[in-house]
Design a protein around this ligand. Structure first.
Ligand code: SF4
Length: 405
């Protein structure tokens, strides 16, 4: 929502982006935009000048959220399931009150708070691209106030840029943890210095490791993002090896896979058009994920997450450690993930391309869906997808992927 001075006093800011894992979280905008704004694959905040809001302004937003929460809670029906779909809530009553609001901003704010409370009202995500750029004192004040106003909140999370995080100590993070920050999401994308340089990430592997270790030592959960394919064909192996080195040094709580999409308008897209960069295909990206899993130290506690439809094999998810708590005898997550990846890589090229096509056009979720295709249809699809050479095919798939980001 675009926030302006003519809006009702009861309106609070809502930024554009949150991680998929924060879908049910309340979004509180403590900064606007990104402090760096130069990554070669990202256009998210290119037209937004970075701004860190004052503690007073953020507190005013929290007060407004509390105001809407009070109005929504009138429709809580303790002990009586008023709605089959949303037990415990009088959804018709909420909808009626929403329709009675004449101010669009107010309606959106009440709707946002209602969705949050109906989903449990437990998690909060602080926006935007680098909330930890807020001076630590200001962030601490905001966290303490947020916890006072909403004591039922169980988890507060935020984005933090690795370079920025690398300037804080474990003690700084321990202070944020004590004030109520539970998890930091950070787009590491790659751990390879060559790739980081190519994508202009503005951070080095050494800084990532320092940042990650300090966050964890301060008691805050760390969720990092890995972007298979972002380094291009020549740095594909490097991307995986460097990322595994960072994971092994930091042992982050989560590694979230975000397949690279090279979008028109970005620097990397221009580099590709100028012949300075060869796009990775889906197979290269899958091989990178395999390499990261293979190189991960056996004692890690990291959980690999694939929570975005942009990833080809979305069921590749599990612990990177070699051990297993699975009593069914099915082996470790790591063995299962590697076996699934090999199932894909061992298919003939035409079948792999057919799966990519089906997945990228939302006709398949997992490899299992390949079994639902008749042999006649499969033959036709194989013929179609093999009409293009490898480069042409990779470019076509990149086009599909770009639709989702
Ligand atoms: S740090 Fe994040 S938000 Fe900022 S430019 Fe890079 S990818 Fe985009």
């Amino acid at each position: 929502m675009i926030y302006n001075d003519s809006m009702s006093d009861r309106v609070f800011r809502i930024g554009p982006i949150r991680p998929p894992s924060e879908a049910n979280s309340l979004l509180i905008q403590v900064t606007n935009g990104c402090t760096w704004n130069k990554c070669g694959f990202c256009q998210l905040y290119r037209h937004t000048k970075f701004k860190a809001y004052s503690a007073d302004s953020i507190r005013a937003d929290i007060d407004n959220i509390a105001y809407w929460a009070e109005r929504v809670r009138k429709y809580e029906c303790k002990g009586s399931p008023a709605s089959d779909a949303y037990p415990g809530w009088d959804i018709d009553g909420i909808n009626e009150e929403l329709s009675s609001l004449t101010d669009d901003g107010e309606r959106q704010c009440m709707y946002t708070v209602a969705n949050w409370l109906i989903a449990g009202g437990e998690n909060v995500f602080l926006q935007d691209g680098n909330s930890t750029a807020l001076s630590s004192g200001r962030l601490t004040d905001v966290l303490i106030y947020l916890r006072q106003v909403f004591p039922q909140v169980k988890r507060i999370t935020s984005y933090g840029r690795a370079e920025n995080l690398s300037r804080s100590s474990a003690e700084d993070f321990a202070e944020l943890k004590a004030a109520g920050l539970d998890r930091i999401h950070s787009g590491f994308e790659s751990g390879s210095d060559a790739v980081l340089k190519r994508i202009n990430k503005g951070v080095t592997q050494e800084q990532q490791i320092r940042a990650g270790q300090a966050v964890k030592a301060g008691g805050i959960e760390l969720s990092i993002y890995f972007m298979p394919g972002v380094g291009g064909k020549d740095l594909s192996e490097d991307n995986a090896v460097g990322t595994a080195e960072v994971i092994n040094a930091v042992d982050p709580d989560f590694v979230r896979v975000r397949t690279a999409a090279i979008k028109p308008g970005t620097e990397l897209y221009k580099d590709w058009q100028d012949g300075l960069y060869a796009l990775c295909g889906d197979d290269d990206k899958v091989r990178e994920i395999r390499k990261v899993i293979e190189l991960a130290d056996e004692g890690l506690s990291t959980y690999l997450v694939s929570d975005h439809m942009i990833n080809l094999l979305q069921d590749i998810e599990g612990r990177l450690s070699a051990g297993s708590d699975d009593r069914s005898g099915a082996g470790s997550d790591r063995e299962r993930m590697l076996a699934r990846i090999d199932e894909y890589l061992d298919m003939p090229e035409d079948r792999r391309r057919v799966f990519q096509l089906l997945r990228r056009t939302l006709r398949a979720y997992s490899l299992d869906d390949m079994r639902n295709i008749s042999s006649v249809q499969l033959e036709q699809l194989c013929e179609e997808v093999m009409k293009e050479n490898e480069t042409g095919w990779d470019v076509r798939v990149n086009g599909y992927i770009c639709r989702y980001v």
